[in-house]
Design a protein around this ligand. Structure first.
Ligand SMILES: Nc1ncnc2c1ncn2[C@@H]1O[C@H](COP(=O)(O)OP(=O)(O)OP(=O)(O)O)[C@@H](O)[C@H]1O
Length: 262
């Protein structure tokens, strides 16, 4: 985000210029055909600002994971466009998409997905090793300090708690300074204390490092760490909440449920 001044009819006006990290235009995702056709996403157009933390919520089956996967180039929409900055993902072939995911996108999964034979530190630097890139020492130190694992960095995942493993997975997603970190239910397998650690880390990565984070969650408390919450229903964007609190998220969920039932 950048603040700037523009001149309108001779007057200087302060404007907030928010740079878009990811944009979808009319994105649809259709599975099957005929009677069994499912529109997992239907005409979704939305921007995700750079340096912002966005949560995606909605009932089971509303299309949250499908949207996240289309945004991250893990899945291809059946219609519409997805842009990462000025690159249209939906035009890239598989090879270009693989490179782009490796270089510009971080992903955090619900099930941690760490390599069991590697230490925490080796897991964190794995994306750089695979890309044959040297770690930026200063950045690596900053990320490692922020996850606060201390001497457990030399332990294998099986010797770490779920929350510690997920913090390692977050650090791994951040280490290559991706344009966006996508997190799919990152606290789905964690107790409330570990969830707070992981969400606190994601929040700090946005506030202190200017990271862009997009997270799917079912949990209003988790969504309250975000700057903005998008609500999906039946594959469509249904509502949006800025500067959420757990209470305001819960209230809106109740309203949307009542609206659906009515
Ligand atoms: N590979 C697939 N083949 C057919 N249908 C699919 C496939 N993947 C997802 N769907 C359907 O698309 C819809 C959206 O699924 P999606 O997983 O995106 O929902 P979700 O909101 O993430 O759900 P949950 O909260 O339960 O994880 C659902 O009706 C689902 O059954």
């Amino acid at each position: 985000m950048g603040l700037g001044a523009v001149s309108v009819r001779g007057m200087s006006v302060e404007v907030v210029e928010r740079v878009v990290a990811v944009r979808t235009v009319g994105v649809g995702k259709r599975y099957g055909g005929g009677e069994t056709r499912i529109d997992a996403l239907d005409d979704v157009s939305v921007d995700f600002g750079r340096g912002r933390f966005t949560a995606i919520m909605g009932p089971s089956g509303s299309g949250k994971s499908t949207l996240l996967h289309c945004l991250a180039g893990l899945d291809r929409p059946s219609a519409g466009q997805v842009w990462l900055g000025d690159v249209e993902l939906t035009r890239l072939d598989e090879k270009a998409l693989t490179h782009l995911r490796r270089d510009r996108i971080g992903f955090v999964f619900q099930a941690f997905n760490l390599v069991p034979t590697l230490t925490a530190l080796e897991n964190i630097t794995l994306p750089l090793d695979l890309a044959n890139r040297k770690p930026d020492r200063e950045w690596l130190d900053k990320v490692i300090t922020t996850i606060g694992l201390g001497d457990r960095l030399n332990h294998k995942p099986s010797e770490l708690s779920g929350g510690q493993q997920q913090r390692v997975a977050c650090a791994r997603a951040l280490v290559s300074r991706p344009d966006v970190v996508f997190a799919d239910e990152p606290t789905g397998n964690l107790d409330s204390r570990s969830s707070a650690d992981v969400l606190g880390f994601l929040h700090r990565s946005v506030r202190e490092f200017g990271q862009t984070v997009v997270m799917v969650t079912h949990d209003p408390t988790a969504a309250a760490y975000a700057d903005r919450v998008l609500f999906l229903a039946d594959g469509r964007l249904e509502a949006e909440l800025l500067d959420p609190t757990a209470e305001s998220v819960l209230d809106l969920m109740k309203q949307l449920d009542a609206h659906e039932a009515g």
